[in-house]
Write a protein that binds this ligand. Structure first.
Ligand SMILES: NC(=O)c1ccc[n+]([C@@H]2O[C@H](COP(=O)([O-])OP(=O)(O)OC[C@H]3O[C@@H](n4cnc5c(N)ncnc54)[C@H](O)[C@@H]3O)[C@@H](O)[C@H]2O)c1
Length: 328
């Protein structure tokens, strides 16, 4: 196969949104021979121009222009949450496959995306990138095969200080960042029976939203799962919990973390490079391409999971507001 043939055989992808997370998706597509970044649309002309020059791709002056490009087979929706549903519905209706960054959409919005994708014969997948990390897949397979026996306890922590100007792009930690904790815990441990949650008074200078939050999930079978996120501090100890997943069972335990390699340069939203995190976008993009050619089993965390994530996070917000556990 010539280089031109290989290019034509790869999935043509366009970005809606050229902000921080787009840097990670662009890196992923550059590393993936089976996909190519064709171009991007962003309503901010300076971002659009800067990114298209930087990445050598097409500049679309409107989202309709992007959708009108016949070479675009798939769209990655990398814009803020408020416009996820609108952009994804338009792309699906134009018969493009879609990956939507987290948080996917509202509960009803997720159902509309599923219906629209089914009606137009295309695929829609949430951007649940942490679920595609090989280390997570290994823990998941140990849990699902019951190699660890009965799971009695789980932990997921994410502790990484963020500059206030980065945090300003998002809603609170619970609803926007803990989406990751929620889809991972859901895949590993299933839906809980009771949800407890709290959000902490922030130390931001100007932002009102919390900079730390937690959830505890209780299961009628005796399992308890502990989820914590802080954008306020770093864990600089010799046993850092920067990002840790643990599943503890009666016959064994499994864990992994993100500290096996760190690169001292920023990428996307993070002030340092974490290869495990960055490569999760590559694995996710590979699964996306596979799913567009009919391999639905490549999707680890589906729109049904996104729906359950949105439902559980709404319960967590209620628990945090009332200070009481909420039945799930
Ligand atoms: N998966 C992850 O690890 C991860 C990390 C960071 C952010 N995110 C998610 O990605 C999304 C974007 O976050 P970000 O950090 O890139 O934010 P950002 O503010 O850096 O970038 C968003 C971009 O979208 C553009 N935009 C706004 N409206 C648009 C529209 N209608 N069409 C196209 N583009 C539009 C903005 O102009 C901006 O350039 C959020 O939903 C966020 O939660 C995911």
């Amino acid at each position: 196969m010539t280089q031109a043939d290989a290019q034509n055989a790869s999935l043509g992808i366009a970005f809606a949104g050229g902000g921080l997370v787009a840097e990670l998706h662009q890196r992923a597509l550059e590393l993936l021979p089976q996909a190519r970044l064709l171009g991007l649309y962003d309503p901010q002309p300076e971002i659009r121009k800067h990114r298209t020059r930087e990445w050598g791709c097409r500049e679309y002056r409107s989202f309709d222009d992007l959708l009108g490009d016949p070479e675009v087979e798939a769209v990655m929706v990398l814009a803020p949450f408020a416009v996820h549903e609108e952009l994804a519905l338009a792309a699906l209706s134009a018969q493009k496959h879609v990956l939507v960054e987290k948080p996917t959409a509202s509960l009803d919005g997720i159902r509309r995306l599923q219906e629209c994708a089914a009606n137009h014969g295309v695929m829609c997948m949430p951007g649940h990138n942490y679920a595609y990390e090989p280390a997570f897949r290994q823990v998941l397979s140990l849990v699902r095969s019951q190699s660890l026996g009965k799971i009695r306890a789980g932990w997921i922590t994410y502790i990484l200080r963020h500059p206030e100007e980065v945090a300003a792009r998002y809603a609170g930690v619970l609803e926007e960042v803990m989406v990751h904790h929620t889809y991972l815990a859901l895949a590993l441990f299933g839906s809980p029976d009771q949800v407890y949650a709290g959000r902490m008074t922030p130390d931001w200078v100007a932002l009102p939203q919390e900079d730390q939050a937690w959830m505890t999930w209780e299961y009628a079978n005796g399992c308890s799962v502990h989820l914590f996120c802080s954008l306020a501090v770093d864990d600089n100890t010799n046993d850092p919990w920067m990002f840790v997943v643990k599943a503890l069972g009666t016959q064994g335990s499994a864990t992994y973390n993100w500290r096996s390699a760190i690169i001292m340069r920023p990428l996307g939203t993070l002030p340092l490079g974490i290869p495990a995190y960055e490569d999760s976008f590559v694995h996710q993009a590979a699964a996306f391409v596979a799913a567009t050619s009919g391999e639905a089993q490549a999707i680890v965390s589906s729109l049904d999971s996104a729906y359950e994530v949105a439902r559980l996070l709404a319960l967590a917000e209620e628990a945090a507001a009332t200070g009481r556990g909420v039945a799930a």
